[in-house]
Write a protein that binds this ligand. Structure first.
Ligand code: PMP
Ligand code: GLN
Length: 379
């Protein structure tokens, strides 16, 4: 058997969550909340199931949800996406990203990604025969070097994949970054895939810089978001894509044969739940309080906390604690200290290890307090 992905093993999230469970460690590795969503959301799912809405939804998603998404995006970003032609509901952001790449990248096309890069992007590009071009983001602030991006753009560049707020570094791009991206892609056929799954989790009053705020960019962009992050239901695997009609038509050609459509009663429930905008608008304050609690809780340990402007992840240098590769460090941390984290090398191509790890702070206070207690003892 000749593998299509010879360099790929099991994802770091599966690996670390499994190890955490085996060791009885507090799991701050894989990104998911350990608290529940509101009963009001579950009630709507039950309602639509009992009402008999249990068969296939339309291929692009149920219309009430597409309309609710259009209304949210118009209110937040002033962008008009047509629910009929320009919005598609997906089985989470992972499927959305994979489908966008499958629909738009031809063999030999170059795709620019920013490293550290979310782990699903590179294999998805490689499966299409795309050529990955990496731009390094450097600690401690992980800002993009636009001159480096410019140097990578070639006539073969088909796509640039961006992610703000950024997993794993928590970096949030500003308007100047979007202006650079717009200048770089102007007059080209480059498509931007903008992974905005943490769109509602930007801190300190900083506005999330959606490409939807920038009409010139939006015209060449596929925007991806996920309800899992926003409503504390990562296991539901429902997200969506926004794109201008021409790009969306190509996206749907693949989507219809990839998943065809997504869980009907959950879509209808999300449409109802979205009507109250305070639910997504309140998320930044909710997670900012957790970020601050987590950072304060680690004060006095030898971890050097890097900036965190968004997402529910906190990165940290551990060089003052141990002289170990990051994979060895998280192994020790999980087995001996009893707290699981993600080594940042999992987000890099072979060989890059900056001795930084990522903690997920989307947890109840008591979970975080139990982790502080262990971390203070050993670190
Ligand atoms: N992109 C990023 C940057 C993510 O962090 C995640 C999930 N943590 C995803 C995509 C995948 O989202 P979903 O669970 O909706 O597939
Ligand atoms: N995106 C989540 C994270 O970054 C994990 C999702 C997954 O397990 N694939 O931790």
């Amino acid at each position: 058997l000749v593998s299509r992905l010879p360099d790929v093993g099991t994802t770091i999230f599966t690996t670390m969550s499994r190890l955490a469970q085996e060791c009885g460690a507090i799991n701050l590795s894989q990104g998911f909340p350990d608290f529940t969503a509101e009963d009001a959301l579950f009630e709507r799912v039950a309602h639509w199931m009992r009402a008999g809405l249990n068969q296939y939804a339309p291929m692009a998603g149920v219309m009430p949800l597409r309309e609710a998404i259009a209304a949210k995006v118009a209110a937040l970003y002033g962008a008009a996406y047509d629910p009929e032609q320009e919005i598609t509901v997906t089985a989470g952001a992972t499927q959305a990203l994979f489908t966008a790449i499958a629909a738009l990248v031809h063999a030999g096309d170059e795709v620019i990604v920013f490293e550290p890069v979310y782990d699903s992007y590179v294999p998805a590009i490689q499966l299409q025969g795309g050529v990955v071009r990496r731009v390094a983001l450097r600690a401690p602030d992980y800002r993009p070097d636009w001159a480096a991006v410019r140097a990578l753009v070639s006539p073969r560049t088909r796509m640039i994949m961006i992610n703000t707020p950024h997993n794993p570094t928590g970096t949030v791009w500003g308007p100047a970054d979007m202006a650079e991206l717009a200048a770089l892609t102007r007059g080209t056929g480059i498509v931007v895939v903008s992974d905005e799954v943490y769109e509602h989790i930007a801190f300190d009053g900083v506005r999330h810089e959606s490409v939807a705020l920038h009409p010139e960019l939006a015209a060449r962009s596929v925007i991806v978001s996920s309800f899992g992050k926003t409503y504390h239901v990562t296991g539901w695997k429902v997200g969506y894509v926004l794109a201008p009609g021409e790009l969306m038509a190509e996206f749907r050609k693949v989507h219809q044969f990839n998943v065809f459509t997504v869980n009907t009663p959950v879509q209808l429930a999300l449409a109802d739940y979205m009507q109250d905008a305070s639910r997504h608008l309140g998320l930044a304050a909710f997670y900012q309080a957790k970020r601050d609690f987590f950072r304060a809780g680690l004060a006095g340990t030898r971890f050097e906390l890097l900036p965190c402007a968004g997402t529910y992840f906190q990165t940290a240098r551990y060089g003052a604690i141990a002289d170990l590769a990051d994979t060895a460090f998280v192994d020790w941390l999980t087995r001996e200290v009893g707290v699981a984290a993600i080594p940042l090398s999992a987000f890099f191509g072979e060989g890059r290890d900056e001795r930084v790890i990522r903690f997920c702070f989307a947890k109840r206070e008591e979970t975080l307090e139990a982790a502080f207690e262990r971390l203070h003892r050993f670190c």
